[in-house]
Design a protein around this ligand. Structure first.
Ligand code: SF4
Length: 91
């Protein structure tokens, strides 16, 4: 598995995906539940603080599945905007 983070300076994002969507994890909210990883194992991994970071291989996943992973997070810590800066999730 590729565990290289997409942006080493901002491991939890914001990062811009292939689709143009911007994704980040609010590290203050993330409780390390790893539900996002169960839904999108190519997109996230937990770091040493048990906070989700965004992997380079997130671009191999579909934006639909990334949005599903954000919806699956029990504390809504994953935030997604479209290429125009409109909030996709959470609304
Ligand atoms: S599902 Fe949410 S709380 Fe759990 S690791 Fe992912 S971002 Fe963090």
């Amino acid at each position: 598995m590729d565990t290289k983070v997409k942006d080493s300076k901002n491991p939890s994002g914001p990062v811009t995906l292939k689709s143009g969507h911007k994704v980040w994890v609010d590290r203050n909210l993330c409780i390390g539940a790893a539900t996002c990883i169960a839904v999108a194992p190519k997109a996230y991994v937990l770091d040493e603080e048990a906070k989700a970071v965004i992997l380079e291989s997130a671009d191999e996943d579909t934006i639909e599945n990334i949005i599903e992973s954000a919806k699956a997070c029990p504390v809504a810590a994953i935030i997604i905007e479209d290429a125009q800066g409109n909030r996709v999730f959470p609304k």
